[in-house]
Design a protein around this ligand. Structure first.
Ligand code: ADP
Ligand code: MG
Length: 341
């Protein structure tokens, strides 16, 4: 073939149609990239990896894959309240496939351009399967980061968007995959609008970038996290780091009508609490800041719901459940995905 990693970089990963960011001094093509930032700015940095057969089916469309790779990293930045700025991409590929690279890079830059992000570097290597690693850097105003450790007893717990849709979408994709493991599966592979919606929530989750920026900018929320492993698992991280317990009001869980009609109330609740990859934000706010924060968030146009309250953790952080105002016992398998379990 005679093609090298440099040809791939040159052909697929050098260009964006947008004018480059002014704060990028040196981009793809040297030993390092160089960026510039102001004294009162802080840089938030996060990395996410997607491995074929672990994080995605081999039959996923490269455009959906590129979108999701960017979206998951954007979601981490959003959970911190950072404005996305500079990304680096490490690509491991079994072989050079031009159609794959073409579709992947087109979608990748489309998403980067939408958010005014520059690709400033990366690495390209050969390996046994597709492995995609993205490092995302975003800009934070000094002192405004949204952290996991700063929630307080008495805070109200909120989530953005709807929960559980992505897990239901994944089930639909897996069901199809079992009957035919060679066809490329996108939302358009499904006929009903409800199925299309659920599958699309899995393949193309919306990172809550503006929502996160507003949360950080207003300095009214005490803590935030993005929901990648399921609400219970991710809220659990806030509880552990902040040493609080939580009461969740099951009646308030934001469940889409699409999810409800597909799986029924009990399973919808289960997916909303434990299903992964919704990439919504979960955050906490003190009672006296609540109204003001809600007013600010209303400007963003993303739905949000108050689902419960933080309480004392003694002796351990725990999650309690209420239904119709009364405590109920709920049993869940240990929440969250762990790669080594
Ligand atoms: P080095 O060997 O000095 O680490 P490389 O040969 O790996 O550099 O890469 C050459 C240049 O191309 C570097 O600027 C690197 O950041 C960039 N690069 C490599 N792979 C990618 C990629 N997939 N996307 C964007 N930039 C890349
Ligand atoms: Mg290198």
């Amino acid at each position: 073939m005679g093609e090298s990693e440099f040809d791939i970089i040159e052909q697929y990963f050098k260009a964006s149609k947008r004018t480059p960011r002014k704060d990028v001094i040196l981009s793809v093509g040297d030993d390092c990239a160089i960026t510039e930032h102001q004294r009162n700015q802080r840089i938030a940095i996060t990395t996410d990896t997607m491995v074929e057969n672990i994080h995605f089916l081999p039959t996923v469309h490269p455009a959906d894959l590129a979108y999701k790779l960017v979206a998951t990293n954007l979601s981490d930045l959003a959970a911190m309240g950072a404005e996305p700025a500079w990304f680096s991409l490490a690509l491991t590929l079994p072989k050079i496939e031009h159609q794959w690279l073409e579709q992947f890079s087109l979608s990748f830059f489309e998403t980067l351009d939408y958010y005014n992000i520059d690709l400033i570097g990366g690495d390209t290597t050969r390996g046994n399967c597709h492995v995609l690693t993205l490092t995302a850097q975003g800009i934070l105003a000094k002192g405004k980061a949204l952290c996991r450790h700063s929630a307080k007893v008495g805070d109200w717990i909120y989530v953005s968007g709807y929960l559980g849709d992505s897990a239901a979408g994944l089930s639909l994709l897996l069901e199809r995959y079992k009957t035919n493991n060679s066809a490329c599966l996108t939302a358009d592979s499904f006929t009903s609008n409800i199925e299309k919606y659920l599958v699309q929530r899995h393949l193309r989750p919306t990172p809550r970038v503006l929502f996160g920026l507003e949360l950080a900018d207003s300095v009214l929320a005490n803590a935030a996290i993005d929901i990648s492993d399921g609400l219970l698992a991710d809220l659990g991280h806030i509880l552990k780091r902040s040493h609080c317990s939580a009461v969740i009001d099951l009646d308030t869980l934001p469940i889409s009508t699409e999810l409800l009609t597909t799986v029924g109330r009990a399973q919808a609740e289960n997916l909303a609490l434990t299903g992964g990859e919704d990439y919504e934000l979960c955050f906490s706010v003190a009672d006296n800041n609540r109204q003001k924060l809600e007013r600010n968030l209303n400007r963003i146009g993303v739905p949000y719901t108050c689902i419960g309250k933080l309480c004392e953790a003694h002796p351990q952080p725990r999650i309690f459940f209420h239904r119709s105002g009364k405590p109920v016992a709920m049993q869940f398998e240990q929440g969250g995905f762990d790669h080594f379990k």
